[in-house]
Design a protein around this ligand. Sequence first.
Ligand code: ADE
Ligand code: ZN
Length: 331
Amino acid sequence: PAHHALFRQMPKAELHCHLLGSVRHATFAALARKSGAPMSTQEIDAFYIRGEKPVGVLKALRALDQYLLVSADDLYRITFEYLEDAAAHGVRYSEFFWNPTGTVRVSGIPYPEAQAAIVAGIRDAERDHGIIGRLVPSIDREADPAEAVAMVDWVTTHRVPEVVGIGMDYREVDHPPEWFATAYASARRAGLRTTAHAGEFGMPWPNVRTAVELLHCDRIDHGYTIVDNPELARQYAERGIVFTVVPTNSHYLRTLPPERWALDHPIRRMVQLGLAVHPNTDDPTMHNVTPTGAWQLMYTHLGCSIAQLRDFMLNGLRAAWIDGSTRDAWM
Ligand code: ADE
Ligand code: ZN
C-alpha cells in the first residue's frame, strides 16, 4: 500500500501497549504446551483470528495469567519478544503496561521477581535492538481497589528507573475511576507519573473528566467519549492533554463500517476538536495490528495528513515520561 515504507520507517514512540496483549501467537501456543494449560489449539487460535473484532482479548489476557505464565522466565521471554517486534516496526521508545495484580495473585510469581524479569527483558532488548523500554504497572480495575493500593506499594518498595508511572485498565464498565483515587494519590506522592483508560467501551465522558481532575492523570488512554462534550474537549485541547488513541480498537469503530471512519470515527472528531492524540496498537498481536499499521490507518482511514502525523509524533514525545534533556536530544 501507498506510503507503507514511510510508516514503517518513521521513528515511533509507543505509549499504549499491553505486554500480555503483545504475546506472539506461536509463543502463546508454546506457553500453553509447556504449562499443560487446558486449552485446545482452536481456543488459542480464536484469540488470534485475523480481521475479526477483538471480542476475546480480555479473556485471552486472563488465560495468560491463569494458565500460561508460570515463571519469571516467561515474563522475560514475552517482554523481549514484544520489544523485538516493536523495534522491527521503527518503535524507538515504548512505555508498556503490565498488570502486577494478576501476575502475583493468579500466576503466583512474586512482584520483585516478576519486575526483575521484565526489566531484564527491557535491558536485553535495548542491547540487541536499540529500543528503549519503560514499564508502566497497571491497576486491574476489575480487582478490589485495595489491590490497587497494594500494587502501588509494591512499585514504590521495589522502585527501579525502568518503572516510570502507573496506569489502569481492564473493564471500565461498572468499575469507575473514582474507586481508585487513593491508589493514584499514593502513586503521585511517590513521584510516579499516571495515566488511565477512560471513555472506552462507550463509557461516558465524565469518566475522562474524573481521570483528569480527580486522579490527576498526566495523559489519557482512549478517551473517545470526550467528543460528546465539546466544551470539555476544548478545555483539554487548550491544556494539551495527550490521548493515546487506538484506531483499531475503539468502541465506536466496532460499530462503524470502514468507509465511514473518516467521517464519524471518534478519533477523527478528537483531531477536529483540536485534542492532542497519539496513535497506538493496544494489543497488537491479538488485534492483528502493528505500530506501522496503527499510524498508517490514521492516514488511510481517518483522513489525517502527513503534517498531522508529524504533530501526533510530537504529541507522543511530549507525553512520554522521559526527562527533559532526553526529550530535547530527540526533538
Ligand atoms: N487491557 C488490554 N487491552 C485493554 C483495553 N483495550 N481496554 C481495557 N483493558 C485492556
Ligand atoms: Zn489499552
